[in-house]
Design a protein around this ligand. Structure first.
Ligand code: SAH
Length: 349
């Protein structure tokens, strides 16, 4: 019989297991601490437990954990991890160092189901959702790399890797709860940003659930027909509803929304597109991150000219909306936004 994954149990469930098996419940707390706060992956290393108990745990439970299968470093310092999950599947996560921050970009699913035309992850079918511990472990791996290679702490987390985090809602929330809880990594929620393609009913649910992290929405166009063309899921999630859900988010959380926006030549670099964006962002407290396009293999898209990007920034500036251009990082190792596609793995096959 396959052993049960011990980290699938909540603290309470673990306490129950201990009592049912004739051990004091506080032992469960000790194990929980080893598993999460200390990120240990062997029962044998849990030095405050008796040898018998360690063996008993080992017979009943597995500690599923990730392995950094391959680490690549960009000339700009960015690190990309190809992470092997317990069932052999691979996802990628990225460490992005800047002067002030070290950010972990973390995946939420194996592959992705969104099929956005401009994103390399779309070439991978969505195979499964990541478990909370698999999301948490990616953060731990990057935190350790930040300390080892930069001698600095991990400061920020973005749920912007492979997959759509809101389509793995429960596990993502559980993982981020652990990341922010003192029994996990104790990181501040305001240093975490979840990026979504924009699913109105789940954005409202985030607000209702009282999450304390930041929200980013991949907008890329404020014209419904354009958005549907480049992001198929937009046809089921209309811009009107998206806007309404973001107003709801702001009303309940008091936190501004960040819009992610790539400007492509011939797609959304027209005055109508700029006007539509200005109109849209004025309706909800927000800021805009203009992301540089990172070319992908077999892609039909090209980054618009600097002039067009400037036109966007100026138009937004005129209505008092902050817009910043985000330089791309880690392009040489396919670690930049939209480039995560398990390429090294595919080449190896
Ligand atoms: N599914 C989520 C998480 C992915 S985040 C979402 O849609 O938000 C990755 C960000 O990079 C998104 O804003 C996405 O639209 C953007 N992106 C995708 N492909 C890109 C590319 N080739 N160049 C630049 N940005 C890209």
């Amino acid at each position: 019989m396959a052993k049960q994954d011990i980290r699938a149990l909540s603290r309470e469930e673990l306490r129950e297991w201990f009592t049912e098996h004739g051990h004091p419940a506080f032992r469960a707390n000790q194990v929980y601490d080893w598993l999460w706060n200390k990120s240990h992956i062997k029962f044998d290393e849990m030095s405050n437990l008796s040898k018998d108990l360690r063996e008993e745990l080992d017979q009943h439970f597995a500690i599923n954990h990730i392995e950094v299968d391959q680490m690549q470093r960009s000339t700009d310092g960015t690190i990309k991890n190809a992470v092997r999950l317990h069932d052999g599947k691979i996802v990628e996560s990225v460490l992005i160092p800047t002067e002030k921050r070290i950010t972990a970009c973390v995946s939420s699913q194996v592959g992705c189901s969104l099929d956005c035309d401009f994103c390399a992850t779309a070439s991978l079918k969505r195979m499964r959702n990541l478990n909370p511990d698999e999301i948490y472990d990616q953060v731990v791996a990057i935190k350790q790399e930040a300390e080892k290679y930069f001698d600095r702490p991990l400061t920020n987390i973005v749920m912007m890797g492979m997959g759509e985090p809101l389509l793995n809602y429960k596990n993502v929330i559980e993982a981020l709860d652990k990341v922010t809880s003192p029994e996990g990594l104790g990181m501040a929620a305001r240093r975490i940003t979840l990026s979504t393609v924009g699913i109105p009913k789940l954005i409202k649910k985030l607000a209702d659930d009282g999450v304390r992290f930041n929200l980013a929405v991949s907008l890329h166009s404020a014209i419904q027909s354009t958005r549907e063309r480049i992001m198929p899921l937009a046809s089921k999630n209309h811009l009107d509803e998206l806007l309404e859900s973001l107003q709801y988010w702001y009303k309940h959380t008091g936190r501004k929304v960040t819009f992610e926006f790539v400007v492509w030549r011939g797609v959304n670099d027209t005055p109508e597109e700029i006007q539509a964006l200005v109109c849209f962002v004025k309706k909800v407290p927000s800021k805009v991150n203009i992301i540089q396009y990172n070319p992908i293999e077999n892609g039909d898209y090209t980054q618009a000219s600097q002039e067009k990007v400037d036109a966007y920034i100026q138009a937004l500036d005129e209505v008092g909306v902050i817009a910043k251009v985000r330089q791309s990082r880690g392009q040489d190792i396919d670690a930049a936004c939209g480039q995560l596609a398990n390429k090294t793995e595919l080449e190896a096959e």
